[in-house]
Design a protein around this ligand. Structure first.
Ligand code: 4NP
Length: 159
């Protein structure tokens, strides 16, 4: 089996991208793909260096069986463009920011997570940070759905 790597990126790396990180690694484990596929997450900002995920993201994720407590925030760095096969952003701002710093030869790696959605047609996973509980549930709904589509894509890369 080949190896493949995915980096999830949002603004703060404390809400959306750690949620995607936790959901997708859980799904990979369930399909016996943890050794073949590495997963990480990062923020375009350095607002929350080394912070655990937002308590609200952790609580909503835990209700669906995902443990995010070991994750720590970091900013995306130049080496990530070399390291990762796929860099999946959550919204249009993230896309602009990441594409601005990504070398031309790696631009094709930068895509929106929502491109892998199966049920939902939202083009973005919106920032829940300044909103209410519905926003955090919406993040989980969108991330779970897109992760199913992403799993199909990734499986085809490693088998
Ligand atoms: P995230 O959400 O990008 O999904 O992690 C945010 C977290 C923190 C801030 C903004 C968005 N902030 O402004 O601190």
């Amino acid at each position: 089996m080949k190896n493949y790597s995915v980096l999830f990126v949002c603004l703060g790396n404390i809400c959306r991208s750690p949620t995607a990180h936790g959901v997708f690694r859980h799904m990979l484990a369930g399909h016996g793909l943890s050794d073949a596929v590495s997963v990480d997450s990062a923020g375009t900002s350095n607002y929350h260096p080394n912070s655990p995920p937002d308590a609200r993201s952790q609580a909503h994720a835990a209700k669906r069986g995902y443990d995010l407590s070991d994750l720590r925030a970091r900013q995306i760095q130049a080496a990530d463009f070399e390291t990762f096969d796929l860099i999946l952003v959550m919204d249009w701002d993230n896309l602009t920011q990441v594409k601005q710093t990504c070398p031309p030869r790696h631009q094709h790696k930068v895509r929106r997570l929502s491109e892998f959605s199966l049920q939902f047609d939202s083009p973005v996973v919106a920032d829940p940070y300044f909103g209410g509980v519905e926003g955090f549930e919406r993040v989980l709904d969108l991330v779970e759905d897109a992760s199913e589509g992403l799993l199909r894509h990734v499986r085809a890369q490693v088998t």
